[in-house]
Design a protein around this ligand. Structure first.
Ligand SMILES: NC(=O)c1ccc[n+]([C@@H]2O[C@H](COP(=O)([O-])OP(=O)(O)OC[C@H]3O[C@@H](n4cnc5c(N)ncnc54)[C@H](OP(=O)(O)O)[C@@H]3O)[C@@H](O)[C@H]2O)c1
Length: 274
């Protein structure tokens, strides 16, 4: 008889996590005042979790609070080191039972690399890549304490299908997302057995201000996009099943196509997007 040296969960990285329970948490969502973050906030709140959000714009945060009663917020820029520390201090002082961190805040910029060195100063690397890495490191001692107290902590990093196949018009964005995917995988490995679940959540095209801003200004309708609420519903269902890499729709298509025929995947995506 052949004995497999690995548990099946190890052979199926999509299902390597314990389920993330959706109720009874205190969930901090960066960029939770709009789009995907706001829809996730609504989803977690509807299932009986307390939700904290942060963002840079007071008005958007206030509107989020009106839409999702019970939300608490802090105006904070996660690309700023002092603000990240302020966020941790706020959580430890006022919401010490916070057990889920969702690194969601992000931007996507069209960049023409032949436009000169300044063209790449979009802030994407600081926000999409450095901020989640630093915030995770800052929050880790807190989350490990939550694990010791049996509070089932989790870190959910919002990446993108464009981390599998880059969109040439937004070259820095793709670089930050593939970087965040690599970081998430390494983090999951380092935290194995420590009681903190680590999830890579890669949305397909979702109809949000970010997507509208990233579309070709004079182009067509853009990729078929789903509504943030639908994405959040499907994503939360996947978290509940214990999936450590969550992707569906266009993100799953890009993932599979990239493994089968990477050059074709790149050509197809960039032809469709132009
Ligand atoms: N929409 C898509 O098609 C799509 C697809 C794949 C992946 N994603 C990823 O999903 C995440 C959310 O995107 P979205 O489409 O929901 O975008 P969105 O609707 O534009 O929301 C972005 C949120 O991030 C906040 N934010 C921006 N800069 C920030 C900063 N420096 N510090 C703190 N908060 C900040 C924004 O609020 P303020 O501007 O007020 O700060 C807002 O709440 C991003 O990581 C994005 O890369 C989106």
């Amino acid at each position: 008889m052949v004995v497999l040296p690995l548990r099946p969960a190890r052979l199926l990285p999509h299902y390597a996590n314990h389920p993330v329970k959706l109720s009874g948490n205190t969930v901090l969502i960066t960029g939770g005042s709009s789009g995907i973050g706001l829809a996730l906030a609504e989803g977690f709140a509807a299932r009986g979790s307390r939700v904290l959000v942060c963002g840079r714009t007071e008005e958007k945060l206030r509107q989020a609070q009106q839409r999702v009663p019970g939300i608490a917020y802090l105006k904070a820029d996660v690309a700023d080191e002092a603000d990240r520390r302020r966020l941790l201090n706020w959580v430890e002082a006022q919401h010490p039972d916070t057990n889920v961190l969702v690194n969601n805040a992000g931007i996507q910029c069209r960049v023409q690399l032949t436009d000169g060195a300044e063209a790449i100063d979009t802030g994407e690397i600081a926000l999409n890549l450095e901020a989640p890495i630093h915030l995770t490191a800052l929050f880790l001692p807190h989350l490990l304490r939550q694990a010791e107290q049996g509070r089932s902590p989790a870190i959910i990093n919002v990446t993108s299908g464009l981390g599998y196949v880059p969109l040439a018009a937004t070259p820095i964005y793709g670089a930050t997302k593939v970087g965040l995917q690599a970081f998430t995988q390494a983090l999951r490995h380092q935290l194995r057995g420590r009681g903190v679940e680590v999830v890579d959540l890669a949305p397909p095209a979702v109809d949000t201000p970010l997507l509208q801003g990233a579309l070709e200004p004079n182009g067509g309708a853009g990729p078929p996009a789903i509504m943030p609420e639908q994405f959040a519903r499907d994503a939360l269902r996947a978290l509940e099943k214990g999936r450590s890499e969550v992707r569906f729709g266009g993100a799953q298509l890009l993932y599979v196509l990239n493994r089968l025929a990477p050059r074709l995947a790149f050509r197809l995506l960039n032809r469709l997007a132009s």
